[in-house]
Design a protein. Structure first.
Length: 67
């Protein structure tokens, strides 16, 4: 494995970052978001809180669905 160093400015880096996210499909963005959520939940031991919030979300969904 060969290491590579790229020197850039902050402004150029921000433009490159924006261009990357504009080129990514919405499904891929959602997939990445879900991965980050799962990492956060496991890293900060938030599984109980996450499960509790999912219960509340299901209740709201049922109410909305009935309307």
């Amino acid at each position: 494995m060969q290491k590579e160093i790229k020197i850039t400015t902050k402004a150029k880096s921000e433009v490159d970052n924006l261009n990357y996210w504009l080129s990514v499909s919405p499904n891929k963005k959602l997939s990445i978001l879900q991965e980050l959520r799962e990492q956060y939940i496991s890293l900060f031991n938030k599984q109980e809180l996450y499960n509790e919030s999912r219960k509340r979300l299901r209740r709201v969904y049922k109410i909305i669905k009935r309307i």
